[in-house]
Design a protein around this ligand. Structure first.
Ligand code: GKR
Ligand code: MG
Length: 421
């Protein structure tokens, strides 16, 4: 037992402007939702966490937050039990779904995660050490990220064009890549596919290869293709991609592709919880797993995933969703302290124009973020920005991520393209 007790927990839902980024299930809404969790202790320490902001998730976060005062910020096993107890009595259904693409059977990992991160932030502040030290120590001083390319419209329908402009053709994708490489220094690139027929997306990758001869490249159609199409693409892009991410849905489908693919397959869709690892490993369905502390139950469980991946000879990369600086800080500490996380991590960070942490700490230099060495996560909440993004949440009317619903408001006949090419 430590001497500190949790005195107060505040969950603040936030909305920040998001461009019309296209994917297999539709298009990003004008507002992306997140929630920032503040855990305060009776000795005046504040810990931060960040997670999804969908309303079902928020209700669960609130229910846990209400039960945390009086508990010990070092007792993470107790926190896990508390989350399980609260979820067992809740009425929001057992599972969790975010954006129509990521579905998990149990919400306990996603609900636990931001509180665990906040408790680790507290522990770091009290001990005077960075969170990476609590995870075993940083094995790298900076964490490389990949530039995340999206097909996109010039602007949201009815709104002025955004600063990125349209990206629907291979040339426009290359122009977007130049902007990401020139502005942030990224040394690898990932294209979000599943938007156009595979031949067009392969052409975009080939155009990127020509424009950036030495750049590691990835393509992720979020399960848009059948098994035969996936094998065809893998053969076409052999020697061009460092890995092909989720070409087809499901562990069995991925195993059928992997059996004939010259390229390694990666996933953040068919292996997204511990229970998916045994069947995926048994079938050799994937060669690279994308970790994500928001989904896998926090930083310590994600570190455990790193150990499992290492034991079974799986590569390890990191997944991202639209996020703010508290999440980025946690991702950086985790990646720094995970020796076998050797692929550049994904991040949506360049796509946002607003943040809730004070600037400076998480700047990208040569595509990497320096691991903060100050106590805890190393980031400070900007209270004015938090207030503004909360006001935006109250005003915007978006209460859950619904890429398909939004797309149908623009193209009424739209259907998600899962396994459709
Ligand atoms: O932001 O549209 C998006 C992405 O497609 C995201 O939702 C995915 O979860 O980035 C993710 C991925 O790698 O699949
Ligand atoms: Mg993916």
């Amino acid at each position: 037992m430590s001497s500190a007790k949790i005195s107060r927990v505040v969950v603040t839902p936030l909305a920040f402007a998001d461009p019309p980024l296209l994917n297999v299930v539709g298009v990003h809404q004008p507002w992306a939702l997140r929630a920032v969790v503040e855990v305060h202790t009776d000795d005046g320490v504040l810990g931060l966490g960040e997670t999804y902001g969908d309303e079902t998730h928020l209700a669960r976060l609130e229910a846990v937050a209400a039960r945390m005062p009086g508990t010990d910020p070092y007792d993470l096993n107790g926190l896990r039990r508390l989350v399980a107890e609260v979820l067992a009595t809740g009425d929001g259904g057992a599972g969790a779904s975010f954006g129509g693409m990521l579905d998990v059977d149990s919400a306990s990992d996603t609900v636990f995660s931001p509180f665990e991160v906040a408790c680790l932030d507290i522990q770091g502040h009290r001990a005077g050490v960075p969170v990476s030290d609590l995870l075993g120590g940083a094995v790298r001083d900076e964490v490389p990220f990949s530039g995340y390319l999206f097909y996109k419209w010039a602007g949201h329908p009815g709104a002025p064009d955004d600063e990125w402009g349209e990206a629907l053709t291979p040339d426009q994708v290359v122009a977007q890549a130049r902007r990401l490489v020139d502005g942030w220094g990224f040394g690898s690139l990932k294209l979000k596919g599943g938007v156009f027929p595979p031949d067009e997306e392969c052409a975009a990758i080939e155009a990127l290869r020509e424009a950036f001869p030495d750049m590691p490249l990835r393509l992720d159609p979020n399960g848009a293709w059948t098994v035969p199409t996936s094998i065809e693409v893998a053969r076409r892009l052999d020697g061009v991609l460092e890995y092909l991410e989720d070409p087809t849905p499901g562990i069995e489908g991925m195993a059928a592709v992997a059996a004939q693919s010259p390229l390694p397959l990666a996933t953040n869709m068919c292996v997204i919880a511990m229970e998916h690892l045994p069947p995926a490993i048994a079938q050799d369905a994937v060669q690279v797993v994308l970790s994500d502390h928001h989904l896998w139950g926090g930083l310590r469980r994600s570190a455990l995933l790193g150990g499992i991946a290492d034991t079974w000879g799986l590569g390890l990369s990191m997944h991202s969703n639209s996020h703010l600086g508290v999440s980025l800080a946690a991702m950086v500490h985790l990646a720094a302290a995970t020796p076998n996380l050797t692929y550049a991590c994904d991040t949506h960070y360049p796509w946002k124009t607003q943040d809730v942490v004070e600037p400076g700490v998480l700047d990208f230099v040569d595509g990497s973020v320096k691991v903060p060495t100050t106590p805890g996560l190393g980031v400070t909440l900007d209270r004015d920005a938090l207030g503004l993004l909360h006001e935006q949440y109250l005003e915007c009317g978006v209460r859950r991520r619904e890429d398909t619903v939004y797309m149908r408001s623009i193209e009424p006949g739209f259907s998600p393209r899962t396994a459709s090419w």
